[in-house]
Design a protein around this ligand. Sequence first.
Ligand code: ZN
Length: 143
Amino acid sequence: MSLLEELYRETIMIHAQKPHNFGALANPTVESRGHNTSCGDMITIYLQSDGERIADVSFQGQGCAISQSSASMMTDLVKGRSFSEARELIKKFKEMVVEGKEAAPELGDLRALAGVSKLHSRVKCATLAWNALEQALVEAQNK
Ligand code: ZN
């Protein structure tokens, strides 16, 4: 294993063991659930919007290290962003893990999940929180 792969694995484990932004928000604008039946991962995203900006975001869930660390790092990254910025990040993340494109620098620590694109059965684990966020943005916009 290369040093970079080792650092990436460590980043994933740190977020999986002590996830950031974990727990329900008191007054979310919307809640969005995702369930990955192939692995058993569950994620609920809580989003509080301020106009078209993510004022706050958190998640609750259980499942494998990839699904939980992805949610943890995602909430860190999108908190405070506009909806359009968040959508751009969703697109870049999916290009990386679904299409196997080169990781965009703005994904920060989430680049640790780039290797998932080669583990086909785990792609759904990595994208679960992102699909729930995408759904939350749609629902928040329609409110
Ligand atoms: Zn999983």
